[in-house]
Design a protein around this ligand. Structure first.
Ligand SMILES: Nc1nc2c(ncn2[C@@H]2O[C@H](COP(=O)(O)OP(=O)(O)OP(=O)(O)O)[C@@H](O)[C@H]2O)c(=O)[nH]1
Ligand SMILES: [Mg+2]
Length: 205
């Protein structure tokens, strides 16, 4: 029997490794927590090493495997472990801190040199709710993002502004899993071509 009836539509779910990088206190963990759990804490403990969370977007059949890295300089040498092989990266800065914007640019340069070649990169200017303390103009960041070929949004983990949009846009930009778009949804494949899709196990959701 050629038709593989053991592979339901669910098995087509695409898994995408996503890493967050950026200066300490820029709001990486807060963005992830807001996105994954809908929570925000005024006091958010600084990340040690990295944190791992997942989030599935059922409409797009994508599961994000999110590595929320620690921004403290002493963890910098660990970063390649988390960004290597990542399909996408969110580089976060704090709009009230020019230093954090410069640090974000340094991360972009590092990823351009050492990240995966087709990595989708998004620049997030976080803490957009703190408009009165703004130090980085939207136009400046947008111009930089255009130049560097990044997708750019200003976000607020506190108010949730643009947080879902940020992750959803990344999901939309991901290259589709090789086999997924060609598989008729829920139908039986009558054509005799061998199924070449790498079989991802549905383990550990
Ligand atoms: N006003 C405001 N505060 C925020 C926002 N996002 C994060 N914060 C606050 O900024 C502080 C640092 O946030 P974190 O999410 O821990 O920052 P981080 O980038 O994960 O920091 P490290 O783990 O140390 O690298 C916390 O006190 C948060 O409550 C935001 O959008 N608006
Ligand atoms: Mg953190």
């Amino acid at each position: 029997m050629a038709a593989d009836l053991s592979a339901p539509a669910l098995a087509q779910q695409q898994t995408a490794k996503l890493v967050l990088l950026g200066e300490q206190a820029a709001g990486k963990s807060s963005l992830v927590l807001r996105y994954v759990k809908g929570q925000f804490f005024d006091y958010q403990a600084s990340t040690v090493g990295a944190a791992f969370l997942t989030k599935t977007i059922p409409e797009l059949n994508i599961k994000f495997e999110i590595w929320d890295t620690a921004g403290q300089e002493r963890y910098h040498s660990l970063a390649p472990m988390y960004y290597r092989g990542a399909a996408a990266a969110i580089i976060v800065y704090d709009i009230t801190s020019t230093d954090s914007f410069n640090r974000a640019k340094a991360w972009v340069r590092e990823l351009q040199r050492q990240g995966s070649p087709n990595m989708i990169m998004a620049l997030a200017g976080n803490k957009a709710d703190l408009e009165s303390a703004r130090a980085v103009a939207t136009e400046e960041a947008q111009a930089y993002a255009n130049e560097a070929g990044l997708f750019f949004l200003e976000t607020s983990a506190k108010t949730a502004a643009n947080v879902n949009e940020l992750f959803a846009e990344i999901a939309r930009k991901l290259p589709k899993a090789e086999a997924a778009p060609r598989q008729p949804q829920g139908g039986i494949v009558l054509d005799s071509a061998p199924a070449q899709a790498p079989k991802k196990s549905a383990c550990c959701a």
